[in-house]
Design a protein around this ligand. Structure first.
Ligand code: ADP
Length: 280
């Protein structure tokens, strides 16, 4: 999202896309710039969505917010390197002397017209992305080999996947045949004004505390681009704000929630600590 267009979430009650309920009743999400409308258009056009962005920048919260505003149930799966196609689609379970079919989260989402969110999809085994293909293009079909069923996704079903295109994922990536089935949205850490608003709301920070933490994040993000796999995320700032609000001194909170959370390397800890001392 372009930071130049960043704005705090539109006034509660102001829908910004087709079929959207007011933002007020949904989990709090501060918009970075137009992503709520994009999501709503994808939903009505039955297009799957790929959300790219660093860890802790708000991807999961965004999907939770949109599911509530579209009035659809949300099923979330955190992908890992052991996640197989059967984990998503379902399997036969043996119990009380007979076998019963048990739907996996993907099948449940298709049957019930839910929004299915696959978090960190590049972590999953390659065979899992293959089961997404016929669902992600205009066929919108889920073949269940084991039961011989062929499910047609209802219009309310939506497939959303996310991944963090940080350098550790460069090699894994998504196969072109998979990614080209998805509309794509890039999120980044929110612009300073938006991030301050998030810290005030989520971390119960005063405006002054929010401003200092955002300043710190900006300094760390400049520094750590080259030295760390991941840098100070909005999630870590929210945690620091909560510790301060709870009574911990600011530097201790930053050490615990940001510095030690980011690295185990003593040299890097020292470098980050210096930035903390210079800024807060
Ligand atoms: P991701 O899925 O990108 O790793 P999350 O959505 O879990 O990140 O965000 C982590 C936390 O940061 C959330 O629980 C929330 O407190 C806060 N947060 C980050 N971005 C936003 C945002 N735009 N609006 C509201 N809260 C946010």
């Amino acid at each position: 999202m372009e930071h130049a267009h960043a704005a705090i979430t539109p006034a509660p009650g102001a829908p910004t896309g087709p079929g959207l309920r007011p933002a007020g009743g949904a989990p709090f999400y501060a918009e970075q710039g137009g992503e709520c409308a994009l999501f709503a258009h994808c939903f009505t056009q039955q297009l799957p969505l790929l959300i790219k962005g660093p860890t802790g920048c708000g991807k999961t919260r965004f999907v939770e917010h949109m599911a509530a505003r579209l009035g659809r149930p949300l099923i979330t799966v955190s992908c890992h390197d052991d996640l197989s196609a059967a984990d998503l689609v379902g399997r036969h379970l043996i119990g009380h002397g007979n076998t019963v079919w048990s739907d996996g989260p993907l099948t449940r989402a298709v049957r019930s017209g839910a929004i299915l969110y696959l978090d960190e999809v590049v972590e999953a085994r390659k065979d899992t992305t293959v089961v997404l293909h016929p669902l992600a293009d205009d066929r919108r079909l889920l073949p269940i080999e084991r039961t011989g069923e062929l499910l047609k996704a209802p219009p309310e079903f939506m497939l959303v996947i996310s991944y963090n295109p940080g350098y550790q994922n460069l090699l894994k990536g998504l196969k072109p045949s998979t990614r080209q089935r998805f509309t794509a949205l890039t999120l980044d850490y929110p612009a300073p004004a938006v991030e301050r608003a998030i810290l005030e709301r989520e971390g119960h920070a005063s405006p002054a505390l929010a401003a200092r933490l955002v300043q710190l994040a900006q300094a760390l993000r400049r520094l750590t681009d080259h030295e760390l796999e991941e840098t100070a995320s909005t999630r870590l700032l929210v945690m620091a704000a909560r510790l301060v609000t709870s009574g911990l001194p600011l530097r201790d909170a930053c050490r615990a929630a940001v510095v030690d959370a980011l690295t185990d390397d003593t040299e890097t800890v020292r470098a980050l600590d210096e930035v903390v001392r210079a800024v807060v």
